[in-house]
Design a binder for this molecule. Sequence first.
Ligand SMILES: [Zn+2]
Ligand SMILES: [Zn+2]
Length: 321
Amino acid sequence: MTMLVRIWGCRGSLPVATNTSKLRVRLIAALQAARWKTLGSKEEIIRFMDAELDFSVTHSFGGNTACVEIESGGSDYVACDLGSGAREFGNRALAAANPGKSDTFHFFVSHLHWDHIMGFPFFAPAYVAGNRIRIYGCHPNLAEGFVRQQRAPHFPVQLSQMAADIQFVQLEAGVSAEIAGFSVTPKLQQHSGDSYGYRFEQSGKSIVYSTDSEHKLEQTEHTRAFVEFFRDADLVLFDAMYSLTDTISVKEDWGHSSNIVGVELCQMAGAKHLCLFHHEPIYEDEQLETLWRDSQRLEEITRSGQPLRISSAFDGMEILV
Ligand SMILES: [Zn+2]
Ligand SMILES: [Zn+2]
C-alpha cells in the first residue's frame, strides 16, 4: 500500500514571503535561459523548466511553517504540527468536504513553539460544527499552549468559541498508540522546552517526523537511540535548519540540527529517504538548493550500503511512500 506525504509548510521559526524584486530575478533567469528556444506548448515549457533551469528558479522552498499531512487512504485526516501551512491544508480539506458529512482530523504536535501552532486559529475546519479535531502531544501543557495563543488580546476568537469538537490527547514518549490506522510512537528530542518526534507505522511502511531536534553525534547513547528511532524508515523528515558550520559554532545548543547530521543518522539507520525540513528563514532558495546538493554529494561519497534518497522540502511537495 502507498502513502502520500504532503508538505503544507516546511520553514522554521517564522513564515517567509517572497517579494517582487526576488520574483523578477527568477523571471529574468528563466527568460534569459529560454531566449533561443522554441517553446510552443505548455508541455514543452514544463520539460524545459525541469531539464534546464535550476531547481531554485522553478521552485520555492516555501514560506509556511511546519505542517505535514500523511494520507494513507483512511477516511480521517492525519498531520504533524499546525504551523502556518495548516491554513492552506484546512482550506483544501474544506473544499473537499462532502456536504452534510463531518470530518475528523488528527494532529501530532512536536512542541508548542509558536511556529508549530500558529496556523490553528486559521484552520477553517475548526470553525465547522460537527468536525472533530484531536490534537496529540506529550507536553503536559499542550491544551494551555493552544488556548493561550487565541486569548485576548492576541486573537479575536477564543479556542472555546470554535465550533468543531476539539480535544487534546496526551501521549507518552516511547509508548506506541494506535491512531487513525497508524501505530504512532513519540520520542523525546533535545530542544528548548523539549520537543517530540513521531514515528508512524502502517502495513510495513514507516515515516518519521523529527523536527526541532538537536543532535550531538559524540553523545553515543543519544545517537544510538535516534538511529533506532529512524531504523529502516521509508521517510525521515529531519530538522536540517542550519549548515554544519553553524551548528558547531555560533548556533550550537540552539536546539536544531544540520543536513550533514541528517545524512549520517539516516545512513546509520538504513533509512531510505531523508527529507530536509524546517528551513532557516534567512536562507534564500539558492542557499537551500546548495545545502540540498551538498547533502546529496556527501551521501554519494560516504555511501556504504543502500543509497539514501535525499530531498529538500518545499510547500506543496508530495512524497509517495
Ligand atoms: Zn520550529
Ligand atoms: Zn522549536
